[in-house]
Design a protein around this ligand. Structure first.
Ligand SMILES: NC(=O)c1ccc[n+]([C@@H]2O[C@H](COP(=O)([O-])OP(=O)(O)OC[C@H]3O[C@@H](n4cnc5c(N)ncnc54)[C@H](OP(=O)(O)O)[C@@H]3O)[C@@H](O)[C@H]2O)c1
Length: 264
């Protein structure tokens, strides 16, 4: 059943593609006022038009989440428009496929600015309003591979591990203000992520099956309703996370074998 989000103001970053776009559609279907953030203005404008079929208002702002000044302006505009901000979904993200030894410093900065600094800027800009309201929900999109490193994806995994730790610490810091914090751990998902990768494009070393972006979107929207703190999309993801925790060296061995197969 779709939860009713009428009158809620929900901000989602990375709304122009993949999981963010699918989540924006699901939020609009649930009646929310949706704020769409991404760099590609035309994509956002087309999405606003598409979402006109559903109840609630839309506000689209094109910019880079790694640009602190843009983030502050965007959040100020949201509060000026709606007078509140109920849910922040930090979804914008970027991957890479490259050995750490070969990764250009510019790529490292770009990835970290998007996956970590962007999330921090939006979170910091949003918290004062949520505290004033006495309620709020911050949803951070991590990844199942935040729980263990994969070869050729070291900095991406590290950035998502940072997201997990930030989320857990924030949850404790914000509990007394009635601001909830959820971490979502998608596994491989159909999106434009593989095309946008920094470094080498091509086959994913894990060769795992992909779930649809719609399925991840439904899980995110459900989390707004339930307030669940840790969200896995499939039973296999949950098993992987717990197997890895119990048997880290066996998981390393398995992952290395899969990566070696790809390298030959
Ligand atoms: N796909 C997967 O297998 C998978 C698995 C686990 C976790 N995730 C995570 O899920 C999230 C969404 O990824 P996706 O799979 O939906 O990828 P995607 O299809 O490539 O979408 C990424 C979104 O982020 C936006 N974005 C990227 N850099 C940005 C920046 N600097 N400023 C503003 N927006 C930016 C992109 O829009 P513009 O280019 O228009 O800016 C796009 O809307 C990411 O955090 C990713 O790490 C994905």
């Amino acid at each position: 059943m779709t939860p009713n989000l009428t009158n809620k103001v929900v901000l989602i970053t990375g709304a122009s593609a993949g999981i963010g776009r699918a989540t924006a559609v699901a939020l609009a279907q649930a009646g929310a006022n949706v704020v769409l953030i991404a760099r590609r203005q035309k994509r956002l404008a087309a999405l606003v038009e598409e979402l006109a079929a559903y109840p609630g208002q839309r506000l689209a702002m094109a910019g880079d989440v790694g640009d602190e000044a843009f983030v502050q302006t965007a959040v100020a505009e949201i509060i000026a428009t709606f007078g509140r901000l109920d849910v922040l979904i930090n979804n914008a993200g970027l991957g890479h496929r490259s050995r750490l030894a070969d990764m250009p410093a510019a790529d490292m900065h770009r990835l970290w600015d998007t996956n970590v600094m962007g999330l921090l800027y939006f979170t910091q800009a949003t918290i004062p309003q949520m505290k004033e309201q006495g309620s709020g929900h911050i949803i951070n999109i991590s990844s199942i591979i935040s729980q263990r490193p994969l070869p050729h994806m070291s900095l991406y995994c590290a950035s998502k591990t940072a997201v997990n730790f930030i989320s857990r610490a924030l949850r404790m810091e914000l509990r007394s203000y009635h601001i909830r914090v959820t971490t979502v751990y998608p596994g491989r998902t159909q999106s434009e992520f593989g095309d946008a990768l920094l470094g080498e494009k091509g086959a994913n070393p894990t060769r795992l099956a992909r779930v649809s972006a719609d399925r991840v979107a439904q899980a995110i929207v459900k989390a707004i309703h339930t307030g669940k703190t840790e969200v896995y999309i499939t039973g296999t993801d949950w098993l992987f996370a717990h197997f890895n925790r119990l048997f880290p060296r066996t998981t390393d061995w398995l992952v290395e074998r899969i990566a070696a197969r790809r390298d030959t």
